[in-house]
Write a protein that binds this ligand. Structure first.
Ligand code: HEM
Length: 437
């Protein structure tokens, strides 16, 4: 006959798995996650492994007739939809640029293999020892306590916003402490004897061990393929790009930030503008390996090329500054090396000022901004600098792009009347000044 409970179930679980918790949070993967250093492929694999585990675990539990499991389980404990949402946000190219990483890196076969072994065991437990699955649930629910520590780091490391990519770890959100307490209350109600508790403990310890095994193997079997410019942007030419993931990550973060600064690029070139911002950005990082002279020369060459395509040199200048900033945050020990990109941006700025002096630029830009309503600031951000740059570039590079860019702006459907009028005024003023030089 079962002996009545001599201890609190949740207390016993906490105490007897404490050392396993410490081991779990000290696995290489969680340490690097907490230091904002876990790679994106590792994070995606982490989500994939858990989605494999939860797809089976949740199916077995919801179809089980075991009374204890029914008492403990609640439908809002499902993690699979959250995991799938997160995985999709990393692989959906519409949401961010991280989809590149799934193509760039080989699949993590070893950790996935580990997860597949675990699901076989879960199926066996569902048949033979369903009480042990209560222990598994204790660990999966307990793990939701850690999200509050991990989420800000993940968001920062991968340049995410809102809930994107962290739905699983965010889980119950604000209701986390209340849900955790309610889960513990249900555990205390469901488990009523020392024998039952012993089974639950076996399940919890087993799951912890498996968890640790999975995350120990994370990061060891990922073999980066050589990264090609075409895997970043299929339309890009074949040019060098960094092989270091931190550098690539910085490029994608910078690319997003540049596009916020330059809505003109998206308005005129749409998705292509974004893709080239990524691939050109990746190429620009490789310039930091060269001398200042070479880096400047190459930057100037790209400035001329882009300007001829309707992207005046200020777009490159802004992009270079964003890239340098992101690289310095991501790899602070290499600040000195990346500062060459900042100096290359300054060179472009100086060259422009040799045609349109800084005071004049500020004056015409200020006048332009006066016509922009507060609700329009984001949509027309830096448009005045683009106009100045188009005209200065024409003098510097003589590419003939100015006429086309202005024609595009004057198209009725592209900008409203007051912006067109302000543009005409700015162009007139600069033309007069440049001619007088
Ligand atoms: C960096 C990694 C982690 C951090 C920072 C972390 C943090 C925490 C914290 C602060 C709590 C206590 C919550 C409370 O008592 O209100 C907790 C509880 C818990 N965590 Fe973690 N955790 C981490 C990793 C993990 C992992 C990998 C697992 C499972 C594999 C896990 C499973 C649990 C469980 C089961 C509990 C409940 C303990 C109890 O019975 O009170 N944690 N965690």
């Amino acid at each position: 006959m079962d002996s009545k409970l001599s201890v609190s179930v949740t207390q016993a679980l906490k105490e007897q798995t404490d050392s396993l918790h410490r081991r779990a949070e000290s696995t290489r993967f969680f340490i690097s996650l907490m230091r904002c250093q876990a790679t994106i492929p590792d994070y995606i694999t982490f989500l994939r492994m858990l989605s494999i585990v939860h797809s089976v675990l949740e199916k077995e539990i919801t179809s089980s007739e075991n009374e204890k499991l029914k008492l403990v389980w609640q439908d809002n404990m499902r993690k699979l939809p959250l995991l799938n949402e997160d995985i999709q946000s990393f692989t959906d190219s519409k949401k961010n640029s991280f989809s590149h990483f799934s193509e760039i890196y080989a699949d993590a076969t070893q950790p996935i293999h580990q997860a597949l072994e675990l699901v076989q065991k879960i199926k066996t437990l569902a048949l033979k020892n369903p009480l042990q699955l209560v222990g598994v649930l204790y660990v999966t629910e307990g793990f939701t306590n850690s999200g509050v520590y991990m989420n800000p780091r993940i968001t920062q490391a991968y340049g995410l916003s809102g809930d994107i990519g962290i739905r699983y770890l965010k889980n119950y959100g604000e209701a986390q402490p209340a849900e955790w307490n309610d889960f513990k209350r249900r555990l205390e109600l469901a488990i009523t004897s020392d024998e039952e508790l012993a089974e639950v403990l076996i399940g919890a310890k087993y799951y912890y061990e498996q968890f640790i095994l999975m995350f120990d193997s994370l990061g060891t079997s990922l073999q980066p393929r050589s990264v090609q410019s075409t895997s970043i942007n299929p339309e890009a030419g074949n040019h060098p790009v960094p092989q270091n993931e931190l550098e690539l990550r910085a490029v994608f973060i910078a690319s997003k930030a540049s596009l916020v600064e330059l809505p003109y690029v998206h308005a005129r070139y749409g998705k292509r503008g974004e893709s080239f911002s990524d691939s050109d950005g990746a190429w620009l990082v490789t310039l930091a390996d060269f001398s200042e002279k070479v880096a400047f020369k190459q930057t100037e060459w790209l400035a001329k090329l882009l300007s001829a395509l309707g992207m005046p040199s200020v777009t490159l200048e802004i992009h270079l500054r964003e890239i340098a900033k992101a690289l310095m945050v991501m790899i602070p020990e290499e600040c000195e090396k990346y500062s060459v990109l900042l100096r290359a941006a300054e060179q472009l700025e100086l060259k422009r000022h040799s045609v349109v002096p800084q005071e004049l630029q500020e004056e015409v830009c200020q006048e332009f901004r006066r016509v922009i309503a507060s609700t329009e600031i984001e949509s027309y951000k830096n448009l005045e600098r683009i106009l100045v740059s188009t005209m200065a570039d024409e003098r510097i590079f003589g590419t003939g792009a100015q006429t086309k860019t202005l024609a595009w702006i004057y198209e009725k459907s592209n900008y409203p009347k007051h912006i067109i009028q302000a543009t005409q005024k700015l162009v007139q003023r600069l033309n007069d000044c440049i001619k007088a030089q």
